[in-house]
Design a binder for this molecule. Sequence first.
Ligand code: NAP
Length: 244
Amino acid sequence: MNSPKNILVTGASRGVGAAICRTLLQEGHTVFGVSRTLSAEITAMQSDYSDTFFFKSVDLANTSAMRTALFVDFLDNSKPLHGYVNNAAQAYDDLITNLSEEKLQSMFSVNVLSPMMITKYAIRNMILNRVQGSIVHISSVSAHTGYKGLAMYAASKGAIEAFSLTTAREWGEKGIRSNCIVAGFMETEMSIGLSPDQKNRIYNRTSLKKATSIQSLADTVSFLLSHKAESITGTNVFVDNGTI
Ligand SMILES: NC(=O)c1ccc[n+]([C@@H]2O[C@H](COP(=O)([O-])OP(=O)(O)OC[C@H]3O[C@@H](n4cnc5c(N)ncnc54)[C@H](OP(=O)(O)O)[C@@H]3O)[C@@H](O)[C@H]2O)c1
């Protein structure tokens, strides 16, 4: 039995994040969802789970405002936090020779700096409330295989994987776990700009020759948050259709 937990999920407005929120809500957890947009998916979850789904519009690129917005106004330490899912991300896609420092900084604020700061306050909450919590970061297979045009994005995911590993080493004694899910290509807004030909080339690099299932990813998040994963920490779980 998966006992009800309070879980913070970033990037709740669409795609993978919305699927993660719905999966956790269906399992009886209380979800604190964050993104910039109050999307149709958010409105639907607010209506379906009025007692267990809470939403806050926060721009995670604004790292200095993040603490007050998230950990004072929305999720203060009176609410024990059992899980944090770092899902929100941006994909800055270009050749290295075209690299724009401004775009790089903006993407790193959302994909790396904010998750690191949120981890800081999430762990503080867990310790204060004596909770043996679980942190799950959504990484990308691009950090492992390399894809033309994804050097900057892949570097942000590599940074998060290194951060997660050390989080696990540093806080394991308190029972706090940290893992990454290395996701393969999924059909979401992030990948909407790819042509059928580009998608087929990506699928051909997987063993299963198709897009990664968003539900499979959401179910793996749920597993890593649960007691069933009590001995899993400091690792990467690949949910990528067996990318070669
Ligand atoms: N799609 C893929 O093929 C793929 C592959 C491997 C890994 N991933 C990873 O999977 C995760 C989910 O991606 P996805 O495909 O669902 O992407 P998506 O459809 O583009 O959704 C991204 C989410 O992040 C939120 N977000 C972006 N910038 C934000 C900001 N400044 N402040 C707050 N929230 C922000 C968005 O909400 P708002 O725009 O409303 O703020 C949205 O909810 C990401 O970590 C991504 O890197 C995706």
